[in-house]
Design a binder for this molecule. Structure first.
Ligand code: MTE
Length: 327
């Protein structure tokens, strides 16, 4: 797997992480040579299959773009993969790690339609073909006021969209999560308030922003199912609920998509959902966040930053907009 890195990231960040990936064809098809690099014995995929060794490719220097990496302490893998929101598997933070192993993620296809020149039902590996994977270390700030620092692996969404050839009518991108109640127990629950599928959306300029990533991995490994395998959105300056998981549909539209949380509680969750410590959630303050890992005795409370610390990169997208109204 080719992971680009910029000059501003210490090589230890990447080269020290060996990259072990499951046998997804897109990695092979994207031109990666396999090596016989040995895996630590006993390393298994979520479904219990032994992982096959894939080459850890040395990073290719790319243009340095500010915001791609934070040098804040990364949240340990165990916390990133065990404290999750993925309501398709239940509402408890431990439910996704407990139940998401049941999800079949290979093969995976993504329906692309709407205002694009290249609509179709793409196998994930074909969709990603020809686009180099990059590592990004981003803050993730949930609307519930907890946060993490996650080293993602993925492709910039703008590169993917360029491949799909948006028409001049494309103003928004709508993303849809898989519906498969047989493997997603939360979708069967009588207590679920969500009208499945989970849907999210971005304005076109937000989707084209260099920080917006389609992730396929984290910590140099494929995405754990509970983190949205095999393909999810990551928009680091927005509350985490915008970063929709396990995507099966991408639709380009002229009109603003109707998104899950906005439909469910419009006075609490807006379409934009930009991280903003000056606009409180109606039921709690957004001024501070708990940075994981934390505990009852050490809440690790830190100040929330405007646009989650990406103000220099993204504030211009919202020039002249009333962010109290468009929350
Ligand atoms: N995507 C889907 N399909 N279903 C969900 O419940 N939860 C969102 C987002 N994406 C969610 C989702 C919320 S509220 C957050 S904070 C992030 O996923 C959490 O991502 P993580 O579990 O990888 O940290």
């Amino acid at each position: 797997m080719l992971i680009k890195r910029t000059a501003d990231i210490p090589s230890s960040e990447i080269t020290s992480e060996s990259i072990y990936l499951r046998r997804r064809e897109f990695m092979v098809r994207s031109g990666l040579a396999l090596t016989a690099a040995a895996l630590p014995s006993g390393l298994l995929a979520e479904d219990g299959t032994p992982l096959r060794p894939l080459k850890a490719v040395s990073a290719t220097p790319a243009m340095s773009v500010s915001g791609f990496y934070t040098d804040e302490k990364k949240t340990p893998f165990d916390d990133v993969a065990r404290y999750n929101n993925f309501y398709e598997f239940g509402t408890d933070k431990g439910d996704p790690a407990r139940y998401a192993h049941a999800l079949t993620t290979d093969p995976w296809s993504v329906q692309v339609d709407g205002e694009v020149g290249k609509p179709g039902n793409y196998a994930l590996e074909d969709l990603l073909k020809g686009i180099d994977l990059e590592e990004r270390i981003y803050r993730l700030r949930c609307v519930e006021a907890w946060s993490m620092v996650v080293p993602w692996v993925g492709v910039p969404l703008h590169k993917l969209l360029a491949k799909l050839e948006p028409t001049s009518k494309a103003k928004y991108v709508e993303f849809t999560t898989l519906v498969r109640p047989s493997e997603m127990r939360g979708q069967k629950s009588r207590f679920s308030t969500i009208d499945w599928p989970y849907v999210e959306g971005l304005r076109m300029d937000e989707a084209m922003h260099p920080l917006t990533l389609m992730a396929v991995g984290l910590y140099g490994k494929e995405l754990p199912n509970q983190n949205g395998a095999p393909f999810r959105l990551v928009v680091p300056w927005k509350y985490g609920f915008k970063s929709i998981k396990s995507i099966v549909k991408i639709r380009l539209t002229e009109t603003q998509p109707k998104t899950t949380w906005q439909q469910l509680a419009p006075s609490e969750y807006g379409f934009y959902a930009n991280v903003n410590p000056t606009v409180d959630h109606p039921r709690w303050s957004q001024k501070y966040e708990r940075r994981l890992p934390n505990s009852l005795f050490d809440p690790n409370r830190i100040k929330t930053q405007m646009f989650n610390g990406y103000e220099a990169q993204v504030a211009s997208l919202y020039k002249g907009m009333n962010l109290r109204r468009y929350y």
